[in-house]
Write a protein that binds this ligand. Structure first.
Ligand code: NDP
Length: 297
């Protein structure tokens, strides 16, 4: 029987556990707070930010909502980040990407105080992750580690294949999988758009993480019998639905589930975990900034 890994349930259990840590911080006089900065009118970005704020409120994290006109000068965004860096009542800062073309996204990530960088994208935090001393693990790959663990799969000594090498998913995922630490110790291959014989690589995977952003590119024939398949992709494809589209992953779910030992669905797999791990990092940041010991799930 193929195990369907329920990201909603795992995320809920992490949120439940975080509430106890948040209560502890509140008792110590430090309610965690997350500032979200949106410099965009893109409806998808607006939706992501409002979901993140709802998530915060649900567990007792204060959500600070900052909107910047997308036509404003880049300096306005940098000034806002500087104010948030200096504000002791702000524990986490998230600038929703993408920012407008006239703003350089790498400079934005560098402007955020690394102690408040709950996305884990500041070069200091990326460096710490690579060095095996992560402060804030990026939310999507960290959530995937939790999903793999929840399925009772031990990564140690396994062949892991990550399809995709982006800074936010593929690279940090591969880095976590090779760490000499729980959830790591896998022999890891990273594939990308120039990889030759992709199917040969993916068929070798005991653990396959698909993060290419190409609808249903990995089918059952590209998967090893019994593999753990984590589908990160969220792709809109035209469909005869009320909205005119549906969401599919990078994995062709129906054929993959016949072969996989465990698999995440889309939606309801990785997505909820990404959101839960943002709360996790915000709680961790609050503890670190105020030297309060918080038990993290
Ligand atoms: P990017 O577009 O930044 O990166 C995609 C990567 O996949 C690149 O490294 C690219 O290779 C590689 N790739 C593209 N096509 C192929 C192919 N045909 N064969 C092999 N590799 C290929 O995407 P992201 O990493 O940001 O996101 C990936 C997917 O995950 C998207 O669908 C996104 O929506 C989703 N996502 C979901 C999240 C969640 O919470 N569930 C969070 C973040 C992303 P190259 O480097 O050579 O161009």
């Amino acid at each position: 029987m193929t195990e369907i890994i329920d990201g909603n349930a795992v995320a809920q259990s992490i949120r439940d556990d975080l509430v106890a840590s948040i209560d502890r911080l509140v008792d110590a006089g430090q309610r965690p707070s997350l500032a979200t900065v949106l410099m965009s009118e893109d409806p998808a970005s607006e939706t992501y930010v409002s979901m993140k704020q709802d998530d915060c409120e649900e567990v007792g994290i204060e959500a600070i909502d900052i909107d910047i006109d997308p036509d404003a000068d880049a300096a306005e965004l940098y000034d806002t980040i500087e104010d948030l860096n200096a504000d002791e009542d702000v524990n986490g800062i998230l600038v929703q990407m993408p920012v407008p073309d006239h703003v350089e996204d790498r400079s934005v990530l560098r402007a955020i105080d690394p102690m408040k960088d709950v996305d884990g994208f500041h070069p200091e935090n990326v460096g710490r992750l690579v060095a095996g001393d992560a402060r804030y693990k990026p939310c999507t790959p960290h959530g995937i580690q939790k999903l793999i663990e929840s399925a009772g799969v031990n990564t140690e000594g396994k062949d892991a294949v990550v399809v995709g090498r982006s800074d936010i998913v593929g690279k940090p995922m591969a880095n976590l999988l090779i760490q000499k630490a729980p959830g790591g110790n896998a022999t890891t291959t990273v594939c990308h758009s120039r990889t030759e014989n992709l199917a040969e690589r993916t068929r070798n995977a005991d653990i396959l993480v698909a993060a290419a952003g190409v609808p249903e590119m990995i089918d059952g024939e590209m998967i090893q019998e019994g593999a753990t398949v984590i589908d990160v992709g969220i792709n809109r494809v035209d469909a005869d639905t009320e909205k005119g589209y549906e969401l599919v992953g990078d994995v062709e779910y129906e054929s993959a589930k016949e072969v996989a030992g465990a698999i995440t669905p889309v939606p309801g797999g990785v997505g909820p975990m990404t959101r839960a791990m943002l709360l996790y990092n915000t709680v961790k940041a609050t503890g670190l900034q105020h030297d309060i010991d918080v038990d993290l799930p």
